[in-house]
Design a protein. Structure first.
Length: 359
């Protein structure tokens, strides 16, 4: 960090201290990348003691349920199939195994960096059925939708998508309706908001009297967002603000949203730690149903259970901090993860483990 940035950081810290109200203030950062910035930059330690930052369900890998992971494993067992997935998902444990273990047992599971890599694999292997495990929020959904439209245009009949995509605003509503944790404001995700814009969050102040600030990912961005939220709490005027205006526009990315809803439609989805959230998932529309892996192969799983002792769900709801889980740093480490929050680069447990102070 340069001297100029350090000076700005110190000024922001002083500003935050000057405007912080009396009493406890709890702010939730929704995005895992923000969690990483906060931990790496020591932002928690900079804030007044009555201001607490907690992590929310902003890691798509982490909120993917054990049942969905087990479903992907069953797809990997299809004869003559290639299951493609993002790297973080490979090591996430299901009820009894992970995709990495399925690969070790002979399944053809391949890590890809984008859905277009899966399309290329399908073109290169016309005799194989290639299934893309699609996990992500509104950030990745438009590219998956575009790939499905491209597959249809090319008449690529050996490519399909196992769609596990979710949408963020509905999860925030579910958290507030649960009422487990006092939340005074949200640090809203920059990448998701670059797609959907500001409007989908406006229910927060309108219905719940809680403000939010869309934040960039540098330490200064996060501190500016914290300062804006504290000003809202002090002044009593709750609204949605856009700190990340260099990237996020009010209307979002209209072309990306149009592509997303050309192929997908809202559906109910199960979130790890939260449960079934109405309208929070995306499913492939009938017009593109030939690319829906679940409809093509009709594979189902049952009796999937979360790992015993794992409290990832509580971490994702902001009920506990990672270090409060009895497995953290003991039975559960990045080398031997029990839950997804320790696996993903956006998972709170993995971030806390990496940034923890030596004993």
């Amino acid at each position: 960090m340069s001297k100029v940035n350090l000076e700005r950081i110190n000024k922001l810290r002083d500003r935050i201290c000057a405007i912080t109200p009396q009493g406890s203030v709890v702010l939730m950062e929704v995005c895992g990348t923000h969690t990483a910035t906060i931990a790496r930059s020591g932002i928690r330690q900079m804030l007044p003691k009555n201001v607490r930052l907690i992590s929310g369900p902003g890691c798509p890998v982490c909120v993917t349920s054990a049942a969905d992971i087990d479903l992907a494993i069953e797809f990997s067992k299809l004869p003559g199939a290639i299951l493609t997935s993002f790297g973080d998902m490979i090591r996430v444990p299901g009820a009894s195994a992970s995709l990495s273990q399925a690969r070790a047992r002979g399944s053809d599971v391949r890590v890809v960096y984008s859905v277009y890599d899966a399309l290329s694999i399908a073109e290169a292997n016309p005799q194989k059925q290639v299934v893309f495990e699609s996990v992500g929020f509104e950030t990745t959904a438009p590219s998956v939708a575009d790939a499905i439209m491209e597959a249809k245009a090319r008449r690529l009949d050996n490519f399909s998508v196992l769609c596990m995509n979710k949408t963020v605003p509905e999860a925030l509503r579910a958290l507030l309706d649960m009422g487990e944790v006092k939340i005074d404001g949200f640090i809203l995700p920059g990448h998701v908001s670059a797609i959907i814009g500001m409007k989908p969050y406006e229910f927060l102040p309108a219905e719940y009297g809680i403000g939010g600030v869309i934040s960039g990912f540098e330490a200064e961005d996060v501190l500016l967002s914290v300062a804006a939220l504290l000003k809202q709490v002090s002044g009593g005027v709750k609204k949605i603000e856009n700190q990340y205006s260099r990237v996020v526009k009010y209307e979002g990315n209209k072309a990306a949203v149009a592509a997303m809803y050309e192929v997908f439609e809202p559906c109910d989805a199960f979130w790890r730690g939260i449960g079934l959230i109405p309208g929070s998932g995306l499913r492939i529309k009938y017009a593109y149903c030939e690319y829906d892996a679940q409809k093509r192969f009709d594979i189902k799983v049952s009796d999937s259970k979360e790992p015993p002792g794992c409290r990832c769900g509580d971490v994702l709801r902001g009920v506990i901090e990672p270090g409060e889980c009895p497995l953290f740093g003991r039975a559960c480490t990045p080398d031997n993860p029990v839950g997804p929050c320790m696996v993903s680069s956006e998972g709170s447990c993995g971030i806390w483990y990496k940034e923890r102070k030596p004993a």
